[in-house]
Design a protein around this ligand. Structure first.
Ligand code: SF4
Length: 429
């Protein structure tokens, strides 16, 4: 049965109540599982299967009695919040998408990211925030960020881009990858009906950036590609107002939308999850080649590029992967592109692995230097000397950092190290 949406709101699901129950249970169950002991694995998978099926197929008798109460409470909560969720999505947050094709049978092909979803009438794409209604593709992430923060630019991380500047950072719900270690999974692995959203159209974002003295607007946290139209319009206005725009991305975007966006972007940080298709398939159902293509397109477009590489124990920490990645960056992007090796911490569904040993990260920067990279950093280890930028000429610290904070900066507005006159690559004014 369809519920009539309240005035001023748009229902986009063919069965919003059932869909809400399914999503809410899935979300709560994931939170719940992360708190449970490993020895209960068998019961977990039973519940997980149950949650992943439609509500009509619940077989309560198959479960252990001790979890019946919990599931009952979750179900009541899910049902009671269904109506609330429907009112959370305002009509003005829904816009016709850019980059799609209408197909003769009423379906549409989204051409924003390499998944190129074919979306039948009434359905959503893989990212769950784009839907086909009446043969038109809509985005439901326009002007409704669920996260708005002012961060130091170092947190993104950008180390060669306006050090010490403030970045107004925004993100909506949704992602086009499903990484099982995502540290922002409450934001990325859901949709805007289920997040608390600010009502912040592009001009308001720019106004806030100006009012708060942010030199940069960062599109970050979840995957900005899925709120492309919002990012694009905001970046356009910010560019006009003299505010710089940076994108933190998994790199899952098609070349044409990236080229169009790059007219207003200043920098991009591409987040590598590893350097093999196996890793991408395992953690996020993706393909490495598309991410590498994005990096090449960004270079052609003249964007300042920094690369982050998450060093996940047993998955992406092998010498062979790190060496191939470093070599690829040198050959395709240049030896002055900063590469950040990030320490992995267990998050979301990938909790059976330990944090990356610091020695592994130190080995990674050594390998990267052997392959010719000039600026390599360690992230998520506050106080480590590899957070600093060293002058290639004198070997002395040119920019000193601790965690996300700038402690000392000896680089002038033209990129020259004041003590020795060496010019560092980057964007400095
Ligand atoms: S942006 Fe979303 S709908 Fe479009 S191709 Fe990618 S996953 Fe599919």
């Amino acid at each position: 049965m369809l519920l009539d949406p309240p005035e001023g709101h748009l229902s986009i699901s063919t069965n919003p109540i059932l869909e809400h129950i399914h999503r809410r249970l899935h979300f709560l169950a994931n939170s719940f599982f992360s708190l449970m002991d490993e020895e209960e694995d068998q019961t977990h998978s039973l519940i997980r299967n149950l949650v992943n099926s439609t509500s009509a197929r619940y077989n309560l008798h198959a479960m252990r009695t001790k979890y019946l109460g919990i599931i009952l409470i979750l179900s009541i909560f899910a049902v009671s919040s269904a109506a609330i969720a429907q009112t959370r999505l305002k009509k003005k947050w829904i816009r016709e998408a850019m980059f799609y094709k209408k197909l003769p049978d009423g379906s549409v092909r989204c051409e924003l990211c390499p998944r190129r979803c074919i979306i039948p009438e009434g359905e959503r794409g893989y990212c769950q925030v784009r839907f086909n209604k009446g043969g038109v593709l809509y985005t439901m992430t326009y002007g409704n960020p669920a996260a708005v923060h002012i961060d130091p630019i170092e947190k993104k991380p950008f180390f060669h881009f306006l050090p010490g500047s403030k970045a107004l950072s925004i993100a909506t719900a949704g992602c086009n990858l499903r990484c099982n270690f995502c540290q922002n999974w409450q934001l990325s692995q859901t949709t805007p009906e289920y997040t608390r959203n600010y009502d912040l159209p592009p001009d308001s974002v720019v106004a806030i950036a100006k009012r708060t003295g942010c030199q940069v607007i960062a599109y970050t946290y979840s995957e900005p590609t899925i709120f492309y139209e919002y990012m694009y319009e905001t970046a356009k206005l910010a560019h006009k107002a003299g505010i710089k725009n940076v994108m933190l991305t998994c790199g899952y975007i098609e070349p044409e939308p990236l080229r169009e966006l790059a007219k207003y972007l200043d920098a991009i940080d591409i987040d590598l999850k590893g350097f093999s298709d196996d890793v991408y398939r395992y953690i996020g159902k993706g393909r490495l080649k598309y991410v590498l293509r994005t990096a090449k397109v960004a270079k052609e477009a003249g964007l300042w590029i920094e690369i982050t590489y998450l060093v996940i124990p047993t998955l992406s920490d092998s010498e062979e992967q790190i060496r191939r990645m470093a070599r690829w960056v040198v050959e395709n992007l240049g030896d002055t592109v900063p590469v950040h090796f990030l320490r992995f911490y267990p998050h979301y569904k990938l909790t059976n692995l330990p944090p990356t040993p610091v020695s592994t990260l130190e080995r990674a920067i050594q390998i990267a230097k052997e392959e010719g990279l000039k600026f390599v950093y360690i992230g998520n280890v506050p106080g480590h000397p590899a957070e600093n930028t060293y002058c290639p000429r004198s070997g002395k610290v040119a920019i000193r950092r601790r965690g996300f904070f700038l402690i000392e900066n000896k680089v002038d507005k033209n990129g020259y190290v004041k003590e020795c006159g060496e010019r560092l690559p980057g964007v400095w004014k």
